[in-house]
Design a protein around this ligand. Sequence first.
Ligand SMILES: Cc1cc2nc3c(=O)[nH]c(=O)nc-3n(C[C@H](O)[C@H](O)[C@H](O)COP(=O)(O)OP(=O)(O)OC[C@H]3O[C@@H](n4cnc5c(N)ncnc54)[C@H](O)[C@@H]3O)c2cc1C
Length: 293
Amino acid sequence: MKLPDLDYIRPGTLQETIDLLVAYEGEAKLVAGGQSLMPMLAFRLLAPKILIDISRLPGLNAIDIGPDGVRLGALTTWRDIERHAALKTAHPLLAAAIAHVAHYQIRNRGTVGGSLAHSDPASEFPALVTTCDADVVVHGAGGERVVKGSEFVLGAMTTSLEPDEMITGIRFPAWPAARRWGFEEFARRRGDFAMAAAVVFYDLDAGGRAADPHIGIIGEPERAVRLAAVEDLLTGRVIDRDVIAEARAIGEQAAQTSDDIHTPAKYRKALIGTMIERALMTAAGLELRPVAA
Ligand SMILES: Cc1cc2nc3c(=O)[nH]c(=O)nc-3n(C[C@H](O)[C@H](O)[C@H](O)COP(=O)(O)OP(=O)(O)OC[C@H]3O[C@@H](n4cnc5c(N)ncnc54)[C@H](O)[C@@H]3O)c2cc1C
């Protein structure tokens, strides 16, 4: 379908962008890579008066790595992340998970800010922001504010952004080199949206036990969530096959899934359990046992 009639403007600065958002009082839509917005417009799921093209705003596509962590400008694309060699050691989980996002044509244009603002529950990036408790940096008429990753996505395609605000960056806390981690995703084809995924990391204490585990899942209908029940189970434990089997069972039970056009709720729960198991096996350096014939 063709796009609906609308106006288009490309501001040159962040302040001009905010002024336009204020002037249009919720009737404008920002467009960055357009990979999610354009289909929504074509399907008439949105009808803004004007598109504000932020794709060329200066200074918003930098990847900065420092002692405090990794900062991604909102206009950083999946391709920028993929090509950034230092990210693979500065934040290996981020680099590995982003490899699952979409197909290369979309990866060239799609941005981290667009993904987070769109907040599709099946998207990898909001799950990373939630599980890593990254800071989301937002600019609006009131200036800058920082929102905790766990509080940014409120539900399916719903965030805590005000109509006069835009995301300018995302800050991931520093990643200790010895941290254990795993990311596992199940999608029908590589590059499709996830049907289920698990984001897992923990540190090791002096006795080799898991400290401060973070377990996030994709597969619930509203948004990616952390599973406190699994995190509690893992805290202070040596992560071996028995603990992982327990984590899988508890994760499967804790996940709140529902029937949808892709899968019955029960099947998605089982997938989530399997993703948690596989991600923990990777994190612990254990090999998956082949399924008996
Ligand atoms: C076939 C297909 C497969 C895909 N597969 C996946 C996948 O497997 N995993 C995945 O995560 N994604 C997937 N995507 C989505 C893709 O990753 C998009 O790039 C991403 O979701 C949005 O980024 P964008 O820059 O294109 O945003 P846009 O489409 O430009 O914008 C999306 C929304 O975000 C708002 N927005 C954009 N930038 C900002 C900002 N800085 N501040 C505030 N609001 C902003 C827009 O107003 C709009 O509401 C897929 C898309 C397609 C078409």
